[in-house]
Design a protein around this ligand. Structure first.
Ligand code: PRP
Length: 181
C-alpha cells in the first residue's frame, strides 16, 4: 500500500487490522452471548474502529456516541468534561466503551466512572491500541487489539491536528511533522 508522505512507517496495515478486529470481536461475541450490550463509541478517534468492530458482532447491540475532552490543554491532570452526551438511557445496560487508543487511561477512567454512576449494570472497554508505558490511571482495557510503544500514531481514526484520520492503516507520524509546529 502507498503510504502517506508524512508517515514514517506503517505499523498495522488494512488486512492486519481487519484480521485482529475480527478476533477481538469473536471474544466479545462469546462474552456477550444472550446479552444486548450498549456500544459507546468515543468521538472522534474511535469512529472507524467502532464501525468495523460492530459489523463483526453477532449479538444485538445499541449504538451511541460520546465526546469528552479536557478543559484548556490536554494535560493529564486537566479535568475532563462531556462535549457530547449519550442519547440512550444506560440504566441496567451492559456497556462496552470503544476507544481508539488508551494512553494515560484518563478518558476511559472518566467514562467508566460516569457510566457506572449513571446506573450501567456493567462497563467493559475495548481499545484498538494500548500504550501501557503512558498509563497514569489505574485500569487496563478488557479487550485490546494491539499494544504499541510510545510513538506518535496516526490513521484509522487517529489524528494529528485533525489530519490523517482517513488513512486506512495505523502508522507512525514523522517527527519532522510535529516538531516543526
Ligand atoms: C484521544 C483518544 C482517546 C484519548 C486517549 O482523544 O481518542 O480518547 O485521547 O488518551 P488518554 O488515555 O490519555 O485519555 P482526543 O482527545 O485526542 O480526541 P479525538 O478522539 O477526537 O482525536
Amino acid at each position: 500500500m502507498e503510504k502517506h508522505v508524512d508517515c514514517e512507517r506503517i505499523l498495522f496495515d488494512t488486512q492486519l487490522l481487519a484480521e485482529r478486529i475480527k478476533e477481538v470481536a469473536e471474544c466479545i461475541n462469546k462474552d456477550y452471548e444472550g446479552k444486548e450490550p450498549l456500544v459507546v463509541c468515543t468521538l472522534k478517534g474511535a469512529l472507524i474502529f467502532c464501525s468495523d468492530l460492530i459489523r463483526s458482532l453477532t449479538c444485538p447491540i445499541s449504538l451511541d456516541f460520546m465526546k469528552v475532552s479536557s478543559y484548556g490543554n490536554s494535560a493529564v491532570s486537566g479535568e475532563l468534561h462531556i462535549r457530547q452526551g449519550l442519547s440512550t438511557n444506560v440504566t441496567d445496560r451492559d456497556v462496552i466503551i470503544v476507544e481508539d487508543i488508551m494512553d494515560s487511561g484518563k478518558t476511559i477512567y472518566f467514562l467508566k466512572s460516569f457510566l457506572l454512576r449513571e446506573g450501567a449494570k456493567s462497563v467493559k472497554t475495548v481499545v484498538l491500541l494500548d500504550k501501557p508505558e503512558r498509563r497514569r490511571f489505574p485500569l487496563e482495557p478488557d479487550y485490546k487489539c494491539f499494544e504499541i510503544e510510545d510513538e506518535f500514531v496516526i490513521g484509522y481514526g487517529l489524528d494529528y491536528a485533525e489530519r490523517y484520520r482517513n488513512l486506512p492503516y495505523v502508522g507512525i507520524l514523522k517527527r519532522s511533522i510535529y516538531e516543526k509546529e
